[in-house]
Ligand binder design. Structure first.
Ligand SMILES: [Fe+2]
Length: 461
């Protein structure tokens, strides 16, 4: 709590106060309904108390096992289905109490502040969704078969209230606590989040529908397959994160060899993704090109550092050693099977459109698509970054250089795709690189990716 900014604290307290009001009202209504001599009717009475406890337990179990999506700020859990089933089975007051149990979720390390916020916002969302459900004529209780159609409209409306309210309350907290704006959260992640929520909404209705026949077992019947699916998805994301960490570690190893190329791999990866998206590549290939961009120079690990860092002209042997780095790169990553098409990008990123590149001298469409993309991204980042022998070129100058060499060094299709991508996604050149400390001794190392300053090669030793 202490590290939260004051607007975040004010917001947190406001949400908790509103939730406390909702919970107090809910407890009072349930108490009244259960009082001896109460005529009964809709809402939680003595009979529904058992249902409330089962749903609260279910919600708690689900909330204790959220599945992280590939978006850092979000974790989605199946608990949403339990909350919406509660809207139908026990009404707004009961749903508010069910939602509040998120405070007690078994998630080691989750701070009390987050627990309180989760419980409070779920209580508010649950009550609001239940209120809308009742106002639109939804009947509270175990649905009867002949009346099932009548509750679909109110249920959809309740879902349409629960989802946006939950997202708005959560994103506002994230915004105030971390400074990340809603617009900065990747849209793909938001869409994934929203779709998950809507899908879980359907399962909530299914749980409520089956309650008439198998009572609380309906929750297990409906939600168990969901748990398994979410667990598998969680494993997949964990695997992807370990892949990313492996690639980042390799990348860092390459960049420690050259002071001036720090961050180069990441930027080549970003520029390659921009081109790939512009030409309409699918998600799987996008992931592979991102990896290929990160690892395109991994073969530098196999080139002697003294050659990579040599000042002035290179001998033919030394230049040959540098030209070997695409092949060395392939040798290094060959055993990593998730790289797939990335291999081709790594091996051929120095081929030229006119056939005068290396290592194979391929030309035009003979050059794999990944390599044609990386060649453009690689040269662009090299030109727009500081080097020991020259300052960074402005983006416009680098683009002009790419255009000038389109059709000779670069594939013109990839150059124009990149230029187009830059129009709607401006490039952020790296910050100015301060000269390395004297012991780094890399004063005039030529970058083999820089098309404006080719490496000089001299005959003989
Ligand atoms: Fe290279």
């Amino acid at each position: 709590m202490r590290e939260l900014s004051w607007p975040a604290r004010v917001y947190l307290v406001a949400v908790i106060v509103v939730a406390a009001g909702v919970i107090a009202h809910s407890v009072a209504s349930i108490g009244q309904a259960m009082a001896p001599g109460h005529p009964g009717g809709e809402g939680v009475g003595a009979e529904e108390l058992g249902t409330l406890l089962v749903l609260a337990l279910l919600f708690l179990v689900c909330e204790s096992m959220p599945t992280l999506l590939n978006v850092e700020q979000f974790a989605v859990s199946v608990s949403f289905s339990a909350a919406l089933a509660a809207v139908v089975l026990i009404g707004p007051e009961g749903t508010a109490l069910v939602g509040f149990t998120a405070v007690f979720s078994v998630r080691p390390g989750l701070p009390l502040v987050k627990r309180l916020f989760n419980g409070a916002q779920f209580a508010i969302c649950g009550h609001a969704a239940g209120w809308v459900y009742v106002r639109l004529g939804g009947r509270i209780g175990v649905p009867e078969v002949h009346a099932f159609d009548d509750l679909i409209g109110p249920y959809v409306a309740a879902t349409a209230v629960f989802v946006p309210l939950n997202i708005v309350l959560t994103l506002t907290m994230i915004r105030l606590a971390t400074g990340v704006r809603a617009m900065e959260v990747p849209m793909r992640g938001l869409a994934q989040f929203l779709l998950s929520y809507l899908g879980y909404g359907t399962f909530g209705l299914l749980v409520a529908g089956l309650w008439a026949t198998v009572q609380s077992i309906s929750a297990v019947l409906v939600l168990l397959p969901l748990f398994v699916a979410r667990w598998a998805l969680g494993q997949y994301h964990a695997q992807q994160r370990s892949y990313d960490a492996t690639i980042a570690a390799l990348c860092q190893a390459v960049e420690t060899k050259d002071y001036y190329t720090r961050g180069h791999c990441t930027r080549v990866s970003a520029a390659s993704s921009m081109i790939a998206q512009e030409i309409g590549m699918g998600q799987e290939r996008l992931r592979a090109i991102r990896y290929a961009g990160m690892l395109h120079d991994v073969g530098k690990l196999g080139v002697p550092t003294k050659v990579l860092q040599k000042e002035g002209p290179l001998t033919e042997e030394e230049f040959a050693a540098i030209q070997l780095h695409p092949m060395r790169g392939l040798e290094i990553v060959r055993g990593i099977d998730f790289l797939d098409e990335a291999y081709a990008g790594i091996m051929h990123h120095h081929e030229r459109h006119d056939g005068r590149g290396y290592p194979m001298g391929l030309a035009g469409d003979e050059i794999p698509e990944f390599a044609r993309i990386i060649a453009v991204a690689d040269a662009f980042d090299s030109m727009t970054s500081d080097r020991s022998y020259r300052g960074a070129r402005p983006v416009e100058v680098a683009v002009e250089e790419l255009r000038k060499n389109a059709g000779t060094q670069f594939d013109p299709v990839m150059v124009s795709a990149f230029v187009k991508a830059l129009e709607h996604e401006p490039w952020q050149p790296p910050r100015r690189v301060e000269p390395p400390p004297p012991e780094a001794d890399e004063a005039a190392v030529k970058d083999h990716d820089d098309p404006t300053m080719p490496i000089e090669v001299v005959s003989g030793p």
